[in-house]
Design a protein around this ligand. Structure first.
Ligand code: SAH
Ligand code: SF4
Length: 402
């Protein structure tokens, strides 16, 4: 979401006549798009903000702005703490001091082959560890026809794949007058000529419907990729997190997905070291990973976020060394699983949508979302290419174009 919003902001500024520069020293305007989902991310923004102080002193004409989830509702207080910042604006908004005649959302003039498209902002869930609903507010869906028109325009300008974004794409549409859902939106987008692939993230295990799984299985352009964050493998921990589902429900959902969409690339998010998580409860998370066998797992150590329910109700009582040890064990297990899953693709043909070059190789993804590199001459970006896989690792595949 943060990356998508940075791209949009960049396009908006380009439309106003700004040009990107790689160095803050040369810029007239610096906008920091912050993430505060964990303390580590917040520290990076704060360090960057401090590092910009001398430059701002040297060049008072430089405009320094901050957006993203660091920006809470008390902008007055932020201005006191960071007097060298000229403007603060909320995540997902455009710079309010830079006016533009056309109020339509900014679109990249030369969009990437694969472009992010936000479809629902905010979150209504209040998982106890999570700061997102406090900083991004309640759910607001974009009208279905507005999204369809935007994707048509992106395709006209060169996009071939869209990834629909939301904190919980399963609640798309519930707040709109005719209550469309994600399946409706996918059907409409599937009919757009020139669009080759559609992805979406993130799903929520308590809300993902059978109908959506059937829709993914039946629509040609919708890729076999689902990100379904489980967060923990213990029912007690899930309850303390207020996730709204049980391990049994989650396992039933993933086995339905796997049986209806055999080629699925499945990923998940895990929080380790949630307050009072025991060794046995952590072991349940490892058991779940070993049972489901995800293609990708994003794991993070619990980080108390001021204002969240967990930070008020529970002590952050798992020592950092234990969180680290659990993260390491989890990552070792997952590396073994991903090695095995990817090794099965050796000598197989996969279809790759080529996105660009990385070093001297072309780079793209399979329908299931796996990164593929292959050598070759020009002309590939935006095309579907058949690649025979020769080498695999837990993180990517290498092969030769047919
Ligand atoms: N809406 C998505 C993701 C939201 S934030 C969902 O429901 O899963 C992205 C990921 O950051 C989460 O999945 C979670 O694993 C992690 N995360 C969020 N808050 C965290 C915290 N306080 N400490 C550690 N990880 C956190
Ligand atoms: Fe955060 Fe939970 Fe909402 Fe995801 S669903 S953004 S984890 S509150």
């Amino acid at each position: 979401m943060n990356k998508a919003e940075s791209e949009r902001l960049g396009s908006y500024l380009e439309e106003l006549g700004y040009q990107a520069t790689p160095r803050a020293e040369k810029a007239d305007l610096v906008v920091l798009n912050s993430c505060v989902v964990r303390q580590g991310a917040e520290n990076r923004v704060l360090n960057k903000l401090n590092a910009l102080k001398p430059l701002k002193r040297l060049r008072p004409d430089l405009t320094l702005a901050v957006t993203g989830c660091l920006v809470n509702s008390r902008i007055d207080q932020l201005k006191q703490v960071f007097p060298h910042v000229d403007h603060f604006f909320k995540p997902g908004e455009l710079p309010p001091w830079l006016e533009r005649d056309n109020p339509e959302p900014a679109l990249p003039r030369h969009p990437k082959v694969s472009t992010f498209v936000p479809i629902i902002q905010g979150c209504n869930n209040f998982c106890t560890y999570c700061i997102v609903p406090y900083r991004r507010g309640r759910e607001r869906s974009r009208p279905l026809q507005e999204i369809v028109r935007e994707v048509e325009e992106l395709v006209r300008r060169g996009t071939r794949e869209v990834t629909l974004l939301g904190q919980n794409v399963d609640s798309y549409g519930h707040d709109l007058p005719d209550r469309p859902d994600l399946a409706h939106l996918l059907k409409e987008l599937d009919a757009i000529n020139g669009l080759l692939r559609i992805r979406f993230l993130t799903n929520h295990p308590k809300d993902m419907s059978h109908g959506l799984i059937d829709t993914v299985a039946s629509l040609d352009k919708v890729c076999e990729q689902i990100c379904l964050p489980v967060q923990a493998g213990s029912n007690e921990v899930l309850k303390a997190m207020r996730r709204g589902y049980t391990v049994e429900h989650y396992l039933a959902l993933t086995s339905e997905i796997k049986s209806k969409i055999p080629e699925i690339g499945l990923s998940t998010d895990i929080v380790v070291g949630f307050p009072s998580e025991s060794e046995a409860q952590f072991q349940e998370t490892l058991d779940l990973l070993a049972g489901v066998r995800f293609d990708t797992v994003h794991a993070a150590a619990y980080s108390p976020r001021p204002g969240t329910i967990a930070s008020r109700k529970f002590a952050d009582d798992i020592p950092p060394a234990e969180k680290k040890e659990h993260l390491d064990r989890l990552e070792q297990l997952q590396e073994r699983i991903a090695t095995e899953i990817n090794a099965r693709l050796r000598d197989k043909m996969v279809e790759v949508l080529v996105e660009g070059k990385k070093g001297d190789k072309w780079q793209g993804r399979t329908r299931s979302g796996k990164l593929v590199f292959f050598p070759g001459d020009g002309g590939y970006p935006g095309k579907l290419i058949k690649v025979r896989i020769e080498k695999t690792s837990p993180w990517s595949l290498q092969g030769t174009a047919k």
